[in-house]
Design a binder for this molecule. Structure first.
Ligand code: S3P
Length: 440
């Protein structure tokens, strides 16, 4: 895809200070439009994330005949009900969550559909959903396990599925298909992947029960519409949080952050490394605990990260590398092989970009090790069209000497529109400018 892109000029940062909010949660914003489309009535969403990935999901439900009224950028009403056959293939652009969750819905429809996306999305593994959905009776043709996915209508039946990896997208695709399957669909996950789908479908009245790592769903219940306010995205909050944790003298407060504990592994790990946090829960939004996160700079110690916490911070490892570079001693990460099949291979791509800053990183199959502290020098780096790589490189630039240029930075708006402005308001010297067209 070609787009007029942005670039960032980043300089060494003074202490960060102030209070701010981050945009709405991406996972919840995808689910709001996809599940709202299935509800029998009108749902209202406030604080919806208007970002590249979620706009793709929104456009998709509109292509399926769902009427959506947009009151402003972040407020939607969704007139859910029966979906209509789309006139063309459905384009999820870069959104892995969008395509995998939508596949779980489309296999339950009485019409055929084709799900597709950008070159980047076409590289990502889809066998992980094709396999369990196929066992349920779904007919999905693919390009050797990748998009485009061509779905033909077929009757579905429930299965007992032991998920081989802790993935909320796979779990959600199977549970959504379970809404249309005969009998009972029982799914067991190997670890606590984010549970937004279970929380939302339960609130909407689905026949869904959760017992430890096992979820069971039955069809039949009509889904109730909802009225929700999307809390701030904990994964977006991770960028200012890590920046404040590594820039001496910083003291920042983020309000309205989603504190669902399937999403807050980064806070737990940084706290164990010595970061100074005050986390205060203030209430519930959209069935999720929400609150305030204050983080103050403190010297960090190295840590070993592995096991259950990995999936609770899976999207935060690119920016976590910056914390590891600042910590005293050797930080090792294992059990994080899923990083290799995200928007990019986030282990290889981050290691390559950070080496341009002079960093030394040892890659392993399922993680990395970094010995700190290391002094970085400014560099010209590239996002590889991966939003979290762009923003992680900007945070690296804040602690590097000299000037850093992050090229192809417009992709940050896939999840965190306004990143440069929000960081600047906290005192981070990140200046955004037009970067010229860039081909993908
Ligand atoms: C997501 C699940 C995670 C995460 C992604 C969003 C979701 O992916 O990395 O950013 O909203 O369900 P996996 O399910 O592949 O782990």
């Amino acid at each position: 895809m070609a787009r007029a892109d942005k670039q960032w000029a980043v300089r060494p940062s003074p202490a960060l200070a102030g209070m701010t909010t981050v945009p709405g949660d991406k996972s919840l914003s995808h689910r709001a439009v996809l599940f709202g489309a299935l509800a029998g009535g009108t749902s209202t969403v406030r604080g919806w994330l208007a970002a590249g990935d979620t706009e793709a999901s929104l456009a998709t439900i509109q292509a399926l005949g769902v009427r959506v009224k947009r009151h402003d950028l972040n407020t939607l009403t969704i007139h859910g009900g029966a979906l209509q056959p789309p006139g063309a293939s459905l384009n999820l652009v870069n959104a892995g969550t969008g395509i995998r969750l939508l596949a779980g819905i489309m296999v339950g429809q009485s019409f055929a559909s084709v799900l597709d996306g950008s070159e980047q999305l076409r590289r990502r593994p889809m066998k992980r959903i094709i396999e369990p959905l196929g066992r349920m009776g779904a007919k999905i043709a693919s390009n050797d396990g990748r998009a485009p996915l061509s779905i033909e209508p077929a009757p579905l039946h429930g299965i007992h599925y032991d998920m081989p990896m802790a993935s909320a997208q796979v779990k959600s695709a199977v549970l959504l298909a379970g809404l249309f399957a005969e009998g009972e669909t029982v799914l067991t996950q190997p670890g606590p992947a984010r549970d937004h789908t279970e929380r939302m479908l339960t609130a909407m009245g689905a026949n869904l029960s959760v017992d430890g790592m096992t979820s069971t769903i039955r069809r039949g219940a009509s889904l109730r519409p909802f009225d929700m306010t999307v809390p701030g995205d904990a994964s977006s909050a991770a960028f200012p949080i890590v920046a404040a944790a590594v820039i001496p003298g910083s003291d920042i407060t983020l309000t309205g952050v989603n504190l669902n504990d399937t999403r807050t592994g980064i806070i737990d790990v940084l706290r164990e490394m010595g970061a100074d946090f005050v986390v205060t829960e203030t209430g519930l939004e959209a069935g999720e605990p929400v609150g305030t996160v204050r983080v103050r700079y403190a010297p960090l110690r190295a840590i070993d990260v592995g096991g259950e916490v990995v999936v609770r911070m899976i999207d935060e490892f690119p920016v976590f590398m910056i914390a590891a570079l600042c910590a005293e001693g050797t930080t090792t990460v294992r059990d994080a092989q899923e990083l290799r099949v995200k928007e990019t291979d986030r282990i290889a791509v981050m290691a390559a970009e950070l080496r341009k800053f002079g960093a030394q990183i040892t890659e392993t199959d399922d993680g990395f090790s970094i010995t700190g502290p290391q002094q970085l020098h400014g560099a010209t780096v590239d996002s590889h069209d991966d939003h979290r790589i762009a923003m992680s490189c900007a945070v690296a630039g804040l602690i590097a000497s000299g000037e850093t240029s992050v090229l192809d930075a417009g992709c940050a708006a896939d999840s965190f529109p306004g990143f440069a402005a929000i960081m600047s308001a906290l005192g981070a010297p990140i200046v955004e400018s037009a970067g010229g067209a860039h081909a993908h």
